[in-house]
Design a protein around this ligand. Structure first.
Ligand code: HEM
Length: 482
């Protein structure tokens, strides 16, 4: 959403720039003309520019709080976190600079208040606020510099954003179409109902009062009035330092990363395509001329196991005593998964036996374990090779339930999505067509959703029992090891 708002800000800003007169005499009037004479285009775009900027700031701050609340700032996420922090400064610089360009009373107030804040720091030999003491202290050059800053800083922001996300694969630069359209319509309604307007023209011979503040961007000024410049700088610099050092504080030890087994890697690149953190690259295979091999970058690897779920050799149907797959997780290898599944199925009792595959980050599947329900918690639901579903059904289970994190909340970004696509046969490795979909249930839930999970499991069991009564189950029940 933050990206979407930024695209709106950028495209509306480009139009506004084309009609902006960057002279001290003309700037206010050119914006006033846009707002009042060309309200149907320039006015609407000005309002979109303003409201989308506010929304950009709001969604970015929510994103920051969310990542922090989930503890997503250390280990393989350190890079994303550290590159995110300077974006906050660039974002507010861009916003405050934007208000100055209008050169109305609000701009005057913000310019004076900002320079007073700057003057508290021992940077300038003469106070910068003096530049706004008299009307003739402001020149056309000041405005040219201002416009340059208001274009340059957002450009830096976009560059910083590129750095922020370039180590993450498959970024959604746009939200889903309906969400994007709905949001755009909401912004347009706001733009028409409450168009962005200027205050009276700036007049440095008087003190600006009675202003309509934008609390998303300009809150810093009343806060400085209410407290002191020293407090504001401590807050800003202290907050920034705190954000930077947060990833360096003690955290849980990193988990073992994915390991490639050269003889079993056929260079198909599925792990590269599915890795949410671009930790896999392909290089020439050392033993198989003309083939490639997956290489894991330990610094980028999130230890999620999604690559093991994507590997075509992760199939439990392979008749190896010790199943070795092309890419695997040392802490939960596919061979252990198969053995554990066989053991659990052999212990199942009751008329409708269900295997539940869950993930360590989502709903606690252990809460639904019982004599007729075997549960297996994976590192991420995306670690489940679809062939395990068929293996469980052929091994004696009547149904298989796969539980991922809450929808849209996958701890490893794409695990839920890939699992759903593989099980609905839209993505390799696909669930084979001979597996009856009625015997499979996909569910979602966070660690707080145990009750919902139990309810979904009950409903799935009823569905399976109704199906079994209507027509015979396609697989014979037999032990998994036979
Ligand atoms: C300036 C606006 C920002 C935008 C548009 C933005 C955008 C994004 C996007 C699109 C992702 C990938 C999310 C996903 O697909 O799961 C991401 C990841 C991330 N961002 Fe930002 N971000 C911004 C600012 C920040 C800030 C200020 C911080 C924190 C200081 C931050 C911290 C992170 C972290 C830690 C991740 C990694 C999440 C993960 O690995 O699951 N971002 N950001």
């Amino acid at each position: 959403m933050a990206f979407f708002f930024l695209w709106i800000v950028t495209s509306s800003g480009l139009y506004l720039y084309t009609v902006l007169d960057t002279s001290i005499a003309g700037v206010y009037e050119s914006i006033d003309w846009l707002t009042n004479q060309q309200w149907y285009l320039g006015g609407v775009l000005r309002s979109l520019h303003r409201y989308a900027s506010d929304a950009f700031i709001l969604t970015t701050l929510l994103h920051l709080v969310r990542e922090w609340a989930f503890g997503r700032y250390y280990g393989f996420r350190l890079y994303s976190w550290v590159t995110g922090v300077p974006l906050l400064w660039l974002m507010f610089f861009s916003g405050i600079g934007g208000y100055w360009i209008v050169w109305d009373r609000l701009a005057q107030f913000s310019a004076v208040a900002s320079t007073e804040l700057l003057d508290w720091l021992p940077i300038f030999s003469t106070p910068a606020a003096r530049n706004f003491l008299t009307p003739d202290a402001i020149s056309d050059r000041f405005f040219t510099v201002l416009v340059f800053i208001h274009l340059g800083v957002p450009l830096l922001l976009i560059l910083g954003l590129w750095a922020h996300v370039h180590r993450i694969s498959r970024i959604d630069h746009f939200p889903a179409r309906r969400l994007a359209l709905g949001t755009l319509v909401a912004l347009l309604v706001l733009a028409l109902a409450r168009p962005a307007v200027s205050d009276a023209p700036a007049d440095l011979s008087i003190v600006a009062t009675g202003l309509r503040l934008d609390w998303f961007i300009l809150f810093i000024h009343p806060l400085a009035d209410f407290t002191s410049p020293g407090f504001i700088w401590t807050l800003l610099l202290g907050g920034t330092i705190l954000l930077f050092i947060l990833p360096l504080l003690p955290h849980p030890a990193p988990k073992p990363v994915a390991v490639v087994d050269a003889p079993n890697c056929n260079g198909c690149s599925r792990c590269l395509v599915d890795c949410p953190y671009a930790a896999v690259t392909m290089e020439p295979h050392p033993d198989k001329p003309g083939h490639k091999i997956a290489i894991v970058d330990a610094d980028l690897c999130a230890s999620c196991g999604i690559c093991a779920g994507s590997c075509p050799s992760s199939t439990p149907f392979r008749s190896q005593e010790a199943l070795v797959t092309g890419i695997d997780m040392p802490q939960l290898p596919v061979s252990v998964l198969r053995r554990s599944l066989e053991e659990k199925i052999s212990r199942l009792e009751g008329t409708t036996r269900i295997v539940v595959f869950g993930c360590d980050c989502g709903a606690n599947v252990k809460s639904v374990e019982s004599t007729d329900t075997a549960v297996m918690s994976l590192i991420c639901a995306g670690m489940l090779p679809p062939s395990f579903v068929e293996y469980a059904l052929r091994g004696g289970a009547d149904g298989v339930m796969v539980v991922g994190c809450r929808e849209g909340g996958c701890e490893y970004r794409l695990g839920d999505r890939w699992t759903a696509e593989r099980l609905t046969r839209q993505r390799e490795p696909r669930l084979r067509h001979n597996v009856p979909v009625g015997r499979l249930c996909l569910a979602h839930g966070s660690s707080h959703d145990s009750a919902t999970l139990a309810k979904e499991l009950r409903q799935f069991r009823i569905r399976l029992e109704t199906q079994a009564a209507e027509r015979p189950l396609p697989y014979h029940r037999r032990s998994a090891s036979s």
